[in-house]
Design a protein around this ligand. Structure first.
Ligand SMILES: Nc1ncnc2c1ncn2[C@@H]1O[C@H](COP(=O)(O)OP(=O)(O)OP(=O)(O)O)[C@@H](O)[C@H]1O
Length: 309
């Protein structure tokens, strides 16, 4: 194992005017794994990733990527990393696959371009210019450009935003294959299921700091009890149910007609209490299940359920 972490960030501060977009962020990312960086809009994820890529200079703190300083050693770093930006980064007038072939030629051991084009469903885009590709095709091309040079480390900023389910799955498979080949992948996403499916490690960023960090398993286990979920008529008054449960129980309508109940009791007792209350109230609970906390639950517990302005 290479002892130098893929990414080491200590006390990173990045300001835009007098606003600190990143505010003392610490994060170490291991090699050879997939790390998902999650956080609400405006949390500072992209700013952090762009600092790692050498596109932004820190105002304070240190950033090391593959042991190098991206601000001053970018010439040594660039050939070793792959970058997929949230938008742009590709010349709009260039023809899609030609551009990919050109990028491949800049690297010593590129991936097979035809195989990559096939995998990402870009076969029909050969001579189409970047600006004429659909949004999803542009995303897939940007992903192909990021990985074609067989980098040691890939940064993918929201790689599946706006992709159809097939393209999303193709992206996931490609990311898993990168990990199998020993590549370190750092991915930002707003899709909690994506992070749950793909990531070995998860870092949650909020207000410019890492507020939680660990494996998905560790974060989902952390502190909270199993939750019971069921569907029922919208707008149920859950107050009487809560009275039947011990202190510390929570009950909420997470979406219209969808309920989540958690309590520090044995799951079988929780199930008995909820079904008993439903029966007594004339409610037929549908799709009833006891589940461990999902990453989305963890995320919302950490960052709040309110929409931020
Ligand atoms: N070039 C810029 N000039 C001024 N402010 C900026 C700039 N880029 C980002 N910001 C601000 O910095 C904060 C962090 O933005 P950033 O893009 O890093 O967040 P993010 O976590 O990636 O958000 P999202 O999930 O919406 O992509 C936001 O308040 C944003 O408005």
């Amino acid at each position: 194992m290479n002892p130098v972490p893929a990414v080491e960030i200590a006390g990173l501060v990045k300001r835009y005017g007098d606003k600190a977009a990143v505010d003392g962020l610490d994060l170490t990312i291991a090699r050879g794994a997939i790390t998902a960086v999650l956080g609400p809009n405006g949390a500072g994820k992209t700013t952090t990733i762009e600092t790692c890529e050498g596109y932004r200079r820190p105002d304070a703190g240190t950033v090391r990527v593959l042991g190098l300083d991206p601000a001053t050693q970018s010439a040594a770093l660039r050939p070793r990393i792959g970058v997929m930006l949230q938008s742009g980064g590709v010349y709009a007038g260039a023809r899609a696959v030609e551009m990919l072939r050109h990028t491949a030629k800049l690297h010593a051991h590129p991936l097979d371009v035809d195989a990559l084009v096939e995998r990402l469903g870009l076969g029909s885009c050969g001579r189409t210019t970047y600006r004429r590709l659909s949004g999803g095709q542009q995303q897939r091309l940007a992903l192909a450009m990021a990985v074609v040079g067989r980098p040691e480390l890939v940064f993918l900023d929201e790689p599946t935003a706006g992709l159809d389910p097939q393209a999303r799955r193709a992206t996931w498979e490609l990311v898993r294959d990168l990990r199998r080949d020993g590549v370190t992948v750092v991915v930002t996403t707003h899709h909690m299921d994506e992070a749950e499916q793909l990531a070995d490690h998860v870092a949650v960023v909020d207000r410019g700091k890492v507020i939680a960090n660990g494996t998905t398993e560790e974060l989902c286990r952390g502190g909270a009890e199993d939750a019971l979920r069921f569907d029922g008529p919208p707008g149920l008054d859950l107050g009487p149910l809560l009275k039947e449960l011990p202190a510390g129980a929570t009950a909420a309508e997470t979406a219209p007609g969808q309920y989540r109940v958690a309590a520090p009791v044995d799951p079988s007792r929780l199930l008995a209490t909820v079904t008993g209350w439903c029966a007594a109230s004339g409610i037929l609970p549908e799709r009833l299940s006891v589940q461990r906390r999902s990453l989305e639950d963890v995320f919302l517990d950490l960052t709040g359920r309110e929409l931020r302005s």
